[in-house]
Design a protein around this ligand. Structure first.
Ligand SMILES: [Zn+2]
Length: 145
């Protein structure tokens, strides 16, 4: 629990007020300092600029390993001029019965995040399908530090 003014807020966690580690410290919407643990490289938490640590559940890992190569293919098709983003998405919705298209989905999730996840999968597996594609690399380079 954290004390804010004279009020105690939050739930007890393993990162309680006496946790000796480094905290994020980013300014929150409420005006306080973020108390989440900082990621080593950036000094911020994963919500405030820390690198994603990837999916936490087995289901999340399976989904990432299935969809990241598909996102890479779709982004590569865009670069090759195979179709517009709208047409690629519409084709996947109509042809495969997806509720939304891969381009829409990967952009919603963030291209820089896609870079982080696919790069870590590529390093883990060595499989070429996970290697981050050009658009993801560009998004990562343009990401604010
Ligand atoms: Zn934070």
């Amino acid at each position: 629990m954290l004390t804010k003014g004279s009020v105690e807020i939050g739930l007890e966690t393993r990162f309680g007020p006496n946790w000796p580690g480094v905290r994020c410290g980013a300014r929150t919407k409420a005006g306080g300092e973020c108390q989440r643990p900082a990621v080593k490289q950036t000094g911020r938490c994963t919500r405030h600029g820390g690198k994603s640590t990837g999916p936490r559940t087995q289901a999340g890992r399976i989904v990432d390993r299935l969809v990241r190569p598909k996102y890479n293919d779709a982004l590569r098709f865009l670069d090759e001029g195979l179709a517009s983003a709208e047409d690629l998405d519409k084709t996947c919705c109509m042809g495969l019965g997806y509720p939304d298209g891969p381009i829409e989905r990967v952009i919603r999730g963030g291209l820089a995040r896609h870079y982080d996840v696919s790069k870590s999968l590529y390093e883990m597996t060595g499989q070429h399908g996970y290697a981050p594609v050009r658009r993801a690399v560009v998004a990562k380079l343009q990401e604010p530090a």
